[in-house]
Structure formats: C-alpha cells, structure tokens
Design a protein around this ligand. Structure first.
Ligand code: SF4
Length: 405
C-alpha cells in the first residue's frame, strides 16, 4: 500500500502495479491521485541556470552561491514536501534570518492556527467516520477538490458507531454560495443553505441557540440544531468559501461553535487541498507560535511578510521556492518582480516559476520517489512509502543549501 500525496486526505490505501519497472495501474486512488503515479515521468524538471540546462552539481553550486550571498531571503512553498524537508527549510530560514511562508497564507492557514491555539475543538477523519452524524461542508466542494473525502472518510462510509448507511446515519449540511456538486447530494436527511452572507447564517445559528427565531433559514436552522443534539457528535468542515466569507473576522464563528458545544459535541476541521500544509503550519507553530508569514529577523509574523507582499515591497533579493508554482496562481505583475529576484526553484516537475528562475533544481516526487512523513488536514501523521528511490530529493537539496550557511 502507498500513500497518495495528491491532497490533504493523504489516502493510504493506494496500490500500484508495475510492468517492466514502470507503473502501469493504480488502484483505489481518485483521478488526480492516480495521475501522480501514472504520469511520473511527464514534464519533469531539469537542472538549469538562467534557462540553460546544466549538470545538477553546477546548479547546486549556483544555488549555494545565491543563498550565501543573499541578505534578504524568502523561502516559500513547502506544502508538497515532507516534514523532514520542511524542518530543514525552517532551519535554513532561521540561520539566514529569512522570511518563510507557504500557501496557507492564501489557503486555510487561519483555520489551522485556530485549531493549534485550541480556539476551536477539532478531531480526526477516523473519528468523523466512526461517529459523526451532522456533517457540515461550509464553503467547500469536496466532490471536486477532495475527491475521496465524502466516500472514504465522512458521509458515505459506515463507521464503528454509524452502521446504518448515510441515508439514516448521517445528516449532511452544505453551506455555499451556489448549488455545487456537493450541495446536490443534499437530498434526504440533508439541508442546503445558500450563503449570501456567512455572518448572517452564523448569527442565525446563534439566535436559534439563544432561543430566538433566526432571521434567515427559519425552518432549516432549528431543524439542523435538533439533529445535532440527536447526533451528539457533529463536525463542520470549513473551506476557502468560509475563509473569504468571514474575511478575517473569526470571533463570531468561534462563538457559534462554542455555543453549539453547549448542546452537543461539535468539531471543526479545515477542508483544504495541499497535502502537507498542516505539517508546515505545525512545525512553524512549534518553533515560533505562528503558522506562516514569518520573519526570523524580526521574530514576528505579519501580513507584510506574506510572499506576494514581500515581492510587492521589494523586500527580498532571493527567493527559494520549494514544491510550489506561485506564478501559476499569482497575478502577472508578480512575475516581473520574481524575474528580478534571484529565484531558486526546487521541484520535481517543470513549472511556470521554473521558466523565470535563476536556478532550477529537480527533485523527487514525495510518496512516489521518496519517503518521509506528512500531516493530513486533520493532524494525523502519515508515513509515505515510496515506489522507487530517487536520491536527489527535497531533503538532499536543502541539506546541501544548509551546508553553506
Ligand atoms: S482524495 Fe486526495 S489523497 Fe486521496 S487519492 Fe484523491 S488526490 Fe490522492
């Protein structure tokens, strides 16, 4: 069995079949997950300096030179690599008094921080499978973004204390701005709340919990709360829609969860997609008390230290980007900024960012060509079991870069 590193579910039941040393079939993974194994050899990165292909040793030396000469370094990405490599990246950032940031700044880092600070109770997917009755998907469409979330971990599987199948033993609540594919599943024993304003829905729940009639969803909200009391163990999965809907004002949401917990157990979990984002957040949190956007020189976290803000303010001379392709997601103006920076890309595959990088260092695909540990979105640590062994992986490269600081 292998672990798929396609998303933060980290499914650990993937089987692969080899034919003449090549992966020919993949079992149990979803389409995205299977693609990681089956397309192992497509679009692989090559070592390069200024776009010219060179020997790996030469590219490594150049990267070492850039790191050594850098006065304002940022390390970014890291969510697709292992804990072991993330630790080395954090060590490098500390030694260089650098900035460090990951995708969680744009993604669900705020939710992970709430959980790590114990501001909301959280649980594991295994507990959800065994016990959860009311399952909220709030601002997330796992049907597309986390393909096996519903089928393997939450709504559909029978759990130790949920043996009667989803039509009787689960109650699905989908809160979203549109009728997503996940929302379309909300038929029997389910509710779809069309979110115009997340805060209004949260106030609706708080009103109902305090015995007042909610201003919206006057029938649905009291019914959902009744089901939650009946179910005893309930979970809310929050996605990007919820994060952007709340726009940084999390207090009311936390209050709602606290109030809900006076009636039944209610847990909160992020529903996000980067495989080891939570691992990075946890490591940085253990070291600094913050999950992202951190400056080791100033010893604090700030919005100003988010990767795109650092580019915007010309605060960095060198960017080390590991397992991420910011040019693919950031607006075009950042491409120019990044092209003016000494950018080092460490990635198994060709990326847009790699095209404008000073140095590209190709590495192994975590979980397929290298082992290590990752942390799923629910905080569960999982050991990867590689199919092949590639010596030059993220850990190897980061150790080489650490040698010169
Ligand atoms: S749900 Fe995620 S971890 Fe599971 S097989 Fe699909 S991509 Fe891989």
């Amino acid at each position: 069995m292998h672990v798929c590193t396609g998303c933060s579910c980290l499914c650990d039941d993937v089987e692969v079949e080899l034919e003449d040393g090549v992966i020919s079939r993949v079992y149990n993974a979803c389409r995205r997950g299977a693609g990681i194994f089956l397309n192992l050899n497509s679009s692989r990165a090559s070592p390069s300096i200024d776009g010219e292909q060179v020997e790996l040793e030469r590219a490594l030396e150049k990267a070492q030179e850039l790191i050594q000469g850098s006065e304002n370094l940022v390390i970014y990405g890291l969510d697709t690599t292992t804990l072991e490599a993330q630790k080395l990246a954090i060590e490098l950032a500390e030694k260089k008094e650098a900035f460090i940031d990951d995708n969680s700044t744009f993604c669900l880092g705020d939710f992970v921080e709430m959980i790590l600070k114990k501001e909301v109770p959280s649980t594991t997917l295994e507990e959800v499978k065994d016990n959860a009755y009311v399952i909220f998907y709030w601002g997330t469409d796992p049907y597309h973004s986390l393909s096996r979330h519903l089928s393997k971990y939450t709504y559909y599987p029978r759990g130790a204390n949920r043996q009667r199948g989803y039509e009787e033993d689960r109650f699905l609540v989908v809160v979203d701005v549109r009728k997503t594919h996940t929302a379309k599943l909300a038929k029997k024993n389910a509710r779809f709340l069309k979110a115009g304003n997340d805060e209004e829905i949260i106030r609706g729940f708080i009103d109902a919990l305090e015995g007042r009639s909610p201003k919206i969803f006057q029938k649905d909200i009291p019914r959902i709360l009744k089901e939650m009391e009946k179910g005893k163990f309930n979970v809310i999965f929050g996605g990007l829609g919820l994060k952007y809907g709340l726009n940084g004002n999390y207090d009311l949401f936390k209050e709602m969860i606290e109030r809900m917990n006076e009636k039944s157990e209610v847990y909160f979990l992020p529903a996000g997609c980067h495989p080891n984002m939570r691992g990075f957040n946890e490591l940085l949190f253990e070291k600094t008390g913050h999950v992202n956007r951190y400056s080791f020189r100033e010893k604090r976290s700030s919005d100003d230290f988010a990767f795109h803000r650092l580019l915007e303010s010309d605060s960095v001379d060198t960017a080390l980007i590991v397992g991420s392709d910011p040019l693919n997601s950031l607006p075009l103006e950042y491409a120019k900024k990044l092209a003016e920076t000494n950018t080092i890309v460490v990635d198994p595959r060709e990326t847009f960012t790699g095209r404008i990088a000073k140095v590209v260092l190709p590495s192994a695909i975590s979980g397929v060509e290298s082992g290590g540990t990752m942390v799923g979105a629910d905080g569960t640590r999982i050991e990867l079991k590689q199919v092949f062994e590639k010596e030059i992986n993220d850990e190897y490269i980061l150790k080489k870069l650490l040698e010169v600081v």
